[in-house]
Each structure stands twice: as structure tokens, then as C-alpha cells.
Design a protein around this ligand. Structure first.
Ligand code: FNR
Length: 367
């Protein structure tokens, strides 16, 4: 990887990938990736809430070398870290989602491919298969009021080999990122298209303006999707325990505790703070995933302890992609893998499934 150098050389942690990405990205696009809604309170809180939790390790347990392998919804993954869906990878690197898919497959990591991808889902899947014989891709969906289109895109994802559907539920409208307003960034640059949207009626084919974030979308759409596809369905963007309970009652296959990385409604609670309440409401009926502010192996352990089966990372993947394409994404993933293995060992845990609840304490690890 011929990465741009920070003053001390290559990034040594995930956060430093953002600094390195800023050296190569158009500042408008770097702001698009970093940005959140309004005052970005939630963006900051997602990260700082992890720092505000202490890990209380156990000692002399003879746990041995940690094994990170994890099964999620019956799918094998090399670690409990997924690639959260992020739109428009071509904004940050010409190899775009193709590079991300290859890196994910090579690392044995589940990638949630975004509906608002700049590469068609069939091509994303084909790239993943170049890097691994049995890659695991899930597909993220913004259900559209046009149910004909919604059915067709789900069928395309299924035919391409995607193994689960992640329905984004926190976007009945678009959150306002003031960075984008300031930069007058409201559309993709010429030549970039949302390749999955070409069949959507209204507007120029593939234009991001075609997508409808509709306040009409409801649990009925989740039920409709259940009848429309055999794919397991996860609901992404749940923060209220009552919604988590509703999702479990509906029989969804997974819940992603997420505030969209602070990009939708500002001042929502940090996801890691909300996770215990959601775990209580769901009481083990449905596997929980969490995303938002995960930057360290220790963050992953905290989420596992508080009830998540795995975590997703959004921005770090975009930073890795910007810095080094496929190698950059691979570097971010292997950095987190090393940190997670190290943190598990230091906590006396042999595997992600063996992280006990009492490893985490509310406290003042914050400087
Ligand atoms: C996102 N996210 C997102 N989520 C989704 O369901 N569909 C999407 O198209 C996008 N697009 C998107 C673009 C960019 C640039 C970012 C940073 C995020 C949200 C994403 O899936 C995830 O919830 C957050 O990114 C997690 O927080 P971190 O890891 O970025 O702090």
C-alpha cells in the first residue's frame, strides 16, 4: 500500500486513518464522510461513550490464544466485526465498492453492501468471489414507496448471492449535515451514479435524487418484505427498547442498534449506552449488532459484553479505502483484528462468545 504518510509514517490506529485520508481526499468528500447531523453531538458521543466505560479484566484464567471466529445468523465470519453499509465508495477511491468487497472477502469479514452503492450489487458480489470462494455479503435496503422497485432490488441482491437483508429503519427523512450545506454538496459529482437505482422511476437513472426516504415506511413494510423474500431480515437503526421488542415480536432475524453514525437525528443517545436497555427488552430472542463510534478492539469487547453479537464499522472503512483502496480497507480490518485479539487476551477471554457482562463497568476511564 503506497499510503500517504503522516509525520510519523503509516497510521498506527484506526483514527489515524482519518488523518491520512484527509491528506488525499477532496475536503468536501472528507467532510461528507466525517459529518453528522446538525451539531454532531451524537457523532462525538458515540465515540466518547466507549471511552467512558471501563474494562475490568480477569486474571490467571489460562484462556490461551483467543479465537475470533464468530457465527452470525448462521454465517461464518473471521471476527465479530462487520462492514457497516456506507454509500458512494467511489467518492473516496476509484476502485470503490469493488475494492471494499475484495478486502472484506479476503479478511473473511461480512460486508453489508449499501443500496446507494456506486457499483451494482452484481459486480460487488463478483469482486467478493474473486477474493474468497465463499464470501459473505448482506444487502442494505432503504425500502422505497415503489414496491415494484423494492421487490426487484431485493430479488437482484438475492440472485447476486447476498445472504441477508438489512433494512434501514432510521431514515423516514434525510438528516441535515451542515457540513454538506456549507460545502454545497448535495449530489454526486458528474460520472458517479447509484448503480442499483437505475430501474427506479423518476429523475435521471442512477441519480441519488431518485431515492425516496419516506415517512410512510412502517413495520408493515418489514412484514411485506418477510413475505417477499426468504432472506433473513435485520432491522437497522433501532434505539428505543420498545422498537427492539416490536422487532423481536415480528420475528426479525437481527437488530442493528444504530443511530446511523450520528448522521440522521442529532442528540440521540450513543449506541453503546442504549445497548443494555435493548438487550434487556429483547431478552436473547434476536441477535443484536451495534454500530457507531467503534474504533478500537476494546470498543468491540465492550459491545460484546453489553449484549452485541458483533459490531459494524462505517467511517473507518471509508478512510481505509481512501488511503489505500483494497489494501487500505484490509489494513483497517487487520488492525482491528489485532487489537481485538490483544484486548481479549488481556481480559482473560478465549473467544468473543466468552466475554462476560461484568467485564464492563460504568466509570471514569475517560481522561
Ligand atoms: C453511512 N451509513 C449508512 N447507513 C445505511 O443504512 N445506509 C447508507 O447508505 C449509509 N451511508 C453512510 C455513508 C457514510 C459516509 C457513513 C459514514 C455512514 C451509516 C452506517 O451504516 C453506520 O451506521 C455508521 O457509519 C456507524 O458509525 P461509524 O462507524 O461511522 O462511527
Amino acid at each position: 500500500m503506497t499510503a500517504p504518510s503522516l509525520p510519523h509514517g503509516a497510521p498506527v490506529n484506526v483514527r489515524e486513518f482519518e488523518l491520512a485520508a484527509r491528506l488525499v481526499l477532496d475536503p468536501v468528500h472528507a467532510d461528507y464522510v466525517r459529518g453528522g447531523a446538525q451539531d454532531e453531538v451524537t457523532v462525538r458521543a458515540n465515540e466518547s461513550a466507549f471511552a467512558g466505560l471501563c474494562l475490568v479484566p480477569r486474571v490467571l484464567r489460562g484462556a490461551g490464544e483467543p479465537v475470533l471466529r464468530t457465527t452470525l445468523l448462521g454465517h461464518e465470519a473471521s471476527m465479530p466485526v462487520l462492514i457497516a453499509p456506507t454509500a458512494f465508495h467511489r467518492l473516496v477511491h476509484p476502485d470503490a465498492e469493488r475494492a471494499t468487497a475484495r478486502a472484506a472477502a479476503a479478511e473473511g469479514v461480512i460486508m453489508i453492501a449499501a443500496m446507494l452503492s456506486t457499483v451494482a450489487i452484481e459486480d460487488v458480489a463478483a469482486e467478493a468471489r474473486k477474493a474468497a470462494t465463499d464470501p459473505c455479503l448482506w444487502f442494505q435496503l432503504y425500502p422505497q414507496p415503489d414496491l415494484g422497485f423494492t421487490r426487484a432490488i431485493v430479488q437482484r441482491a438475492e440472485a447476486a448471492g447476498c445472504r441477508a437483508l438489512v433494512v434501514t429503519a432510521d431514515s423516514p427523512a434525510l438528516g441535515r449535515a451542515e457540513r454538506n450545506d456549507r460545502n454545497d454538496f448535495h449530489d454526486l459529482p458528474p460520472g458517479l451514479r447509484c448503480e442499483n437505482l437505475r430501474e427506479l422511476r423518476g429523475g435521471e437513472p442512477g441519480s441519488v435524487r431518485q431515492v425516496v426516504l419516506s415517512p410512510e415506511i412502517s413495520w408493515r413494510h418489514v412484514e411485506w418484505l418477510r413475505e417477499t423474500t426468504d432472506l433473513p431480515i435485520l432491522v437497522k437503526g433501532v434505539l428505543h427498547p420498545a422498537d427492539a421488542a416490536l422487532a423481536a415480536d415480528l420475528g426479525v432475524d437481527g437488530i442493528v442498534v444504530s443511530n446511523h453514525g450520528g448522521r440522521q437525528l442529532d442528540t440521540t443517545p450513543p449506541t453503546i449506552a442504549q445497548l443494555p436497555r435493548i438487550a434487556e427488552a429483547v431478552a436473547g430472542r434476536v441477535p443484536l449488532l451495534l454500530d457507531g463510534g467503534v474504533r478500537r478492539g476494546t470498543d468491540v469487547i465492550k459491545a460484546l459484553a453489553l449484549g452485541a453479537a458483533a459490531v459494524g464499522i462505517g467511517r473507518p472503512i471509508m478512510w481505509g479505502l481512501a488511503v489505500g483502496g483494497e489494501d487500505g480497507v484490509g489494513a483497517v480490518l487487520s488492525m482491528l483484528r489485532r487489537e481485538l485479539a490483544n484486548a481479549l487476551a488481556l481480559c482473560g477471554c478465549a473467544a468473543p462468545s466468552e466475554v462476560p457482562r461484568d467485564l464492563v463497568m460504568n466509570g471514569t476511564a475517560k481522561e
